[in-house]
Design a protein around this ligand. Sequence first.
Ligand code: URA
Length: 251
Amino acid sequence: MERLDKILAHEGFGTRKDVKKIIRTGVVTINGEICQSANTHIDEKKDTISVDGKDIQLHSGIYLMMNKPQNVVSSSKDGLHETVFDLLEERYYNLFLSGKLHLVGRLDIDTEGLILLTDDGVFTHNMISPKKHISKTYYVELRDSVTKEDGEDGLALEYVNKFSAGLSVPQDGIEESFEALPAQLNWINNNSCYLTIYEGKYHQVKRMFAAVGNKVTFLKRTAIGHLELDKSLLPGDVREITSDELFLLEK
Ligand code: URA
């Protein structure tokens, strides 16, 4: 059993003082009944708390998926650009301010798509651990079209073969060269494809296509492991991932 004000503060509704004020206004219900007393004890396994008519899922961990827009940086501070945290609604933003919510990996400023945020450090560690080889799938648009004939000279086939064999990616400024793990490339048309990689080196997808003499002109992450970006999320939208989706990530 835990006090109502403590639970709501933990869930990101503000400080204990803020939360007490919210409770006094009568917008909080416990199992459908208005509750205006901050020291009410809650059974976190059985009771349903709702604030402003929205049920609060009590969990030890918060797991969010965002469709990151372009021109937004995936870091906690940037003097120039908006950060992914600036796009969060107040409740989640407060969790970031209190040092709980963090990003699981990064995307470049000009890359769109699926990015995860959580307050669960163990989850993050598992997701970004280079040993786990969690797949990431990207939708890629390229500057130069490739021929799609699957003949021996077809550039499309050449890319597929090179990527699946494990590509040597040259040094890029201060970034060291590396041997990419075998990756799967599926062409959509002559200049767009899906690429699935199993690691997350700096600018990896852009550098892989640069290594075969092409250039990425648009990049969007569409999946991490078995978790796909919810197609109904517009750039900048965020939602909690469901327990089924969490299960997909842990598979
Ligand atoms: N590869 C890149 O080049 N950029 C990203 O943002 C992600 C993968």
